[in-house]
Design a protein around this ligand. Structure first.
Ligand SMILES: [Ca+2]
Length: 282
């Protein structure tokens, strides 16, 4: 082999090594998950949300109560790709004997089929379902991290443009794929985010596990934050649990991934549902 050939071989080897390193870097977030777990498919109906860190809070619009933007690190977890449906919730009641104290006529009015998201649930109903399903409610940080779908500092689960919102979300009014004016849509009718999650914006507000406090972001722990120990009290009452994502009855501003809603845990609303998460296997 002459010198030129040897140089070419060395150059090729170096290029291949650099390529391998750069591929490694681009997959960095995903490599933090135990490879054994990646080989296992996610549980049915769930998506893997890889371990990583993100800047939680609003980067663009000074969204009230979503500041300061702060770093949060999360372990990997699985999340339901869809909101829990009326059909799933009825199965839970049938199999567990759970005493649902809501009114099915109310549910039927805004979520008329088994494939629509369950609504008129209290936070306790959502907790009971989650436990029965061997899952739990997401923390507020997990919810926002998952909703962002790996995008950095964006406004919505699909990035920043409100002009395409109706490709991804059922919210107030109609247009494009959004044909639902006075009700939720059956789950999974819109485009998913980059983690494969549907309806993270719009359709129904989703209960999180956390108590709500508007000042929590000022002193949130960095690693796997669980929310404040108690909920904020208001002139009108409280404490409340966190709601996220906006609903079929929300303005586009509530679809913002950083937007923080809240509800008395005992209250039932036509716009409130939930989805579950679960831990990675040991
Ligand atoms: Ca709509």
């Amino acid at each position: 082999m002459n010198i030129n050939k040897r140089q070419k071989v060395l150059l090729t080897l170096m290029l291949l090594m650099m390529l391998a390193i750069s591929i490694g870097c681009s997959n960095d977030e995903f490599e933090r998950v135990n490879p054994k777990d990646i080989d296992d498919p996610p549980p049915l109906g769930m998506a893997l949300i890889p371990a990583g860190s993100f800047e939680m809070g609003d980067h663009l619009d000074n969204v009230e109560r979503a500041l300061p933007v702060h770093t949060v690190e999360l372990d990997a977890f699985y999340m339901d790709v869809n909101e829990v449906t009326v059909g799933q919730f009825k199965q839970f009641i049938q199999l567990s004997g759970y005493n649902y104290e809501g009114n099915w006529l109310d549910v039927d009015k805004h979520s008329p089929t088994a494939d629509h998201p369950m609504i008129y649930v209290t936070w306790y109903d959502a907790m009971a379902y989650s436990k029965w399903a061997g899952k739990r409610l997401p923390t507020e940080a997990e919810w926002e991290y998952a909703a962002r779908g790996g995008l950095i500092g964006k406004r919505y689960p699909w990035a920043d443009a409100e002009s395409v919102a109706r490709k991804y979300a059922n919210y107030y009014g109609t247009g494009g794929k959004d044909r639902w004016n006075k009700s939720s849509a059956p789950v999974g009718k819109f485009k998913p985010n980059k983690y494969g999650l549907y309806d993270m914006a719009g359709n129904v507000w989703e209960f999180c596990a956390d108590w709500y406090n508007e000042k929590y972001y000022k002193n949130s722990p960095t690693k796997n934050p669980l929310g404040p120990d108690t909920g904020q009290l208001f002139d009108w009452g409280g404490p409340c649990r966190v709601l996220r994502g906006g609903s079929w009855h929300s303005a586009a501003s509530a679809l913002n991934v950083a937007f923080r809603g809240f509800s008395i845990p005992d209250d039932r609303h036509y716009f409130t549902g939930f989805r579950c998460v679960s831990e990675m296997p040991e």
